[in-house]
Design a protein around this ligand. Structure first.
Ligand code: SF4
Length: 633
């Protein structure tokens, strides 16, 4: 029997990967990363790898993961990467290694069709008359996955909600379809799988609350720069008009609810919204506004009344006869639970403790209230990193080779660390221009002066640009000026209208010389290799909103401990995001392009210089006209 090849042999020119993967070429950063990951699997330790763009990080972790013989969960933040791993990368690496791992892609339950709801809705005339229903029926009859992403036409979200496998509507083992339920079948497949691919939301819900994933030996968190935000979302309890409407919508599918009690909840929430709006603040901390506690108390009482009513009268209020006692009980307990969950959020908003920040956000679209943990690190340390060895990797994880920021934010005390350099020649492939130090984003003439730079740069790049803004207001200001100039085809991301993210990306791909002006959603997770994207413009250093209650509370706590909050928190977070924005530009060895930062603080302030040092080593240019020659060669 041949001895097991080493990682070095596998990644060599004559190795199995080169034989199986078309165009494979050894990359030092990839090999280094694969060695580090394999060592992590063998020792059961955490590994942090910042893998520069082009390192080929997925192969660098898949090879050690697949040949480890361990059950591995791979979590990513984007569906694009999950699908690429599941459909392409894992099968390729498995073939190269001569292995046949059982692999499952597990999505959140709302992605799957609920056979029970679908069957029940068949007789609903209001639904039957909708034109999409006959198309959906054809799909539902044929699908073997029940996965919404396989529906071959655009589907309204509220319509899909009527048939999705969401937990609030599920009657579990009381369901006649439990054995062939799309969602539970996938869960059972995961129980027997070697590799389970999930998104970060599922991963962190399971890590924090349990119950979604089977026991596993090692976790790989790709796109790990998003982990803190996603874990925070999972840990945050929220209440909004939308969440209450959604609860009522779901309850009304099964129960005839007493209007007097639902109206009471609506009225209490309306009063709460009015009190919040009356403060005149878009963002506020609830502990600074004690008058809100009274509104919250009354809202909680209204939720309790409805919850108690369903507990007492649910059986006679069911809109359709249940198939048996078990279904009746499950429906009533599910309804009670979903109202209790809303009341529990109110409890958390009313509680007084030092571990959470209770805050509210109001806008013309309504108010939302949130209870966010002060710090995710102690929770993640206890529930995840003290129990399960993990690899965390991303193109943006370290600051100048130092991982202490990400370790502190996530609660990882010890880890093997590696920066695997990108194989790209940034000095040759990329140019970086920073606005003069006296151009600062809060200057009254900022837009006029910054736009002049933007227009000049786009003339050299012939459009083909992303303009990444930190606010919709700024995106709109630049977008309007660009449109008025008529020099390039322009699309601007709008908060609640126009094309969505995918639509804008499609437009950009199909439109020669296009300029896309967008906000946060375009800063990361977009892979646009080739000439179509030759210029990335960044409007300002992406510091988090300074008056955001969560940031304010964290800054205050650090100051009370005598620490420099700006250096500890705000600069590292902004640098990470700046690196992400920069990272949209060079996606392959043949890409060339320029990054333009319109915020002069990047060269005028000491922290700005440290931020530049953390970016990929593009050639700095002092004058935009240097781009003329660059884009001509
Ligand atoms: S088990 Fe739950 S999710 Fe699955 S079909 Fe039945 S009710 Fe729907």
């Amino acid at each position: 029997m041949n001895p097991r090849p080493s990682i070095d042999e596998l990644f060599s020119l004559g190795g199995s990967l080169a034989r199986e993967l078309p165009g494979f070429e050894p990359r030092p950063g990839q090999l280094e990363m694969a060695r580090a990951v394999e060592a992590g699997f063998e020792s059961g330790s955490h590994v942090l790898v910042e893998a520069g763009t082009g390192v080929g990080k997925s192969f660098a972790y898949l090879v050690p993961a697949l040949r480890s013989g361990k059950r591995v969960v791979i979590s990513t933040s984007t569906i694009t990467l999950q699908q690429q791993l599941f459909r392409k990368d894992i099968p390729m690496v498995a073939r190269a290694l001569g292995l046949e791992p059982r692999v499952v892609l597990l999505k959140g339950r709302a992605n799957y069709l609920c056979r029970e709801k679908w069957e029940r809705a068949r007789g609903d005339l209001a639904l039957v008359e909708r034109p999409e229903i006959s198309k959906l029926r054809r799909w539902a009859n044929e699908t073997i996955t029940g996965d919404r992403s396989d529906v071959p036409f655009r589907l309204d979200s509220l319509l899909w909600e009527r048939f999705d496998a969401d937990g609030d509507d599920c009657i579990g083992e009381a369901c006649a379809h439990f054995d062939d339920c799309f969602y539970y079948r996938r869960r059972r497949d995961a129980e027997a799988a070697d590799i389970i691919v999930v998104n970060h939301a599922i991963f962190f819900i399971d890590a924090i609350a349990g119950g979604l994933l089977p026991a596993y030996d090692y976790a790989i968190l790709d796109e790990a720069h998003t982990c803190e935000d996603i874990a925070m979302n999972v840990l945050t309890a929220s209440l909004s008009r939308r969440s209450i409407d959604r609860t009522f919508r779901r309850l009304r599918r099964y129960f005839t609810l007493p209007t007097s009690l639902t109206a009471q909840v609506d009225e209490r929430y309306r009063e709460l919204g009015e009190t919040l709006a009356g403060t005149g603040n878009e963002l506020l901390r609830l502990d600074e506004r004690p008058e809100i506690a009274g509104d919250l108390d009354r809202l909680r009482d209204a939720l309790y009344h409805l919850e108690n009513w369903i507990a007492d009268n649910g059986a006679s209020a069911l809109t359709r006869p249940p198939r048996g006692d078990l279904e009746r009980e499950m429906r009533i307990s599910g309804a009670v639970k979903s109202l209790a969950a809303q009341a529990e959020v109110v409890d958390r908003l009313l509680a007084v403790d030092d571990d959470s920040i209770r805050w509210a956000q109001s806008s013309v679209h309504g108010s939302e209230l949130h209870c966010t943990p002060f710090d995710a690190a102690p929770i993640l340390r206890d529930l995840l990193f003290a129990r399960t060895p993990c690899l965390l990797t991303s193109a943006t994880l370290a600051l100048g080779g130092d991982f202490s920021y990400v370790r502190a934010r996530l609660g990882i005390d010890r880890a093997e660390e590696l920066v695997a350099d990108s194989p790209f020649d940034y000095r040759e492939q990329a140019r970086l221009f920073v606005a003069p130090p006296d151009l600062e984003p809060d200057d009254p003439d900022f837009v006029v002066r910054a736009y002049a730079l933007l227009e000049e740069a786009l003339a050299y790049s012939r459009g083909r640009a992303f303009v990444l803004c930190t606010s919709f207001r700024r995106a709109n200001e630049f977008g309007e000026r660009l449109r008025a100039s008529g020099l390039h085809p322009v699309e601007v991301q709008r908060p609640r209208s126009g094309l969505d993210r995918d639509g804008l990306l499609r437009w950009f791909t199909e439109t020669p010389g296009a300029v896309l002006v967008g906000t946060r959603t375009f800063w990361e997770g977009i892979d646009m290799p080739g000439e179509r994207l030759s210029c990335v413009v960044i409007d300002r250093i992406p510091f988090a909103q300074p008056d955001h209650p969560v940031l304010e509370a964290r800054v205050q706590a650090l100051r009370e401990r005598g620490e420099d909050a700006f250096a500890r928190l705000q600069i590292p977070a902004a640098t990470m995001l700046l690196k992400q924005g920069f990272g949209r530009l060079i996606r392959s060895r043949s890409d060339r392009g320029a990054v333009l930062v319109l915020d002069g603080r990047l060269q005028g302030k000491g922290y700005g210089k440290r931020m530049i040092a953390a970016l990929p080593p593009a050639t700095r240019i002092a004058h935009l006209d240097e781009l003329q020659e660059f884009f001509q060669t």
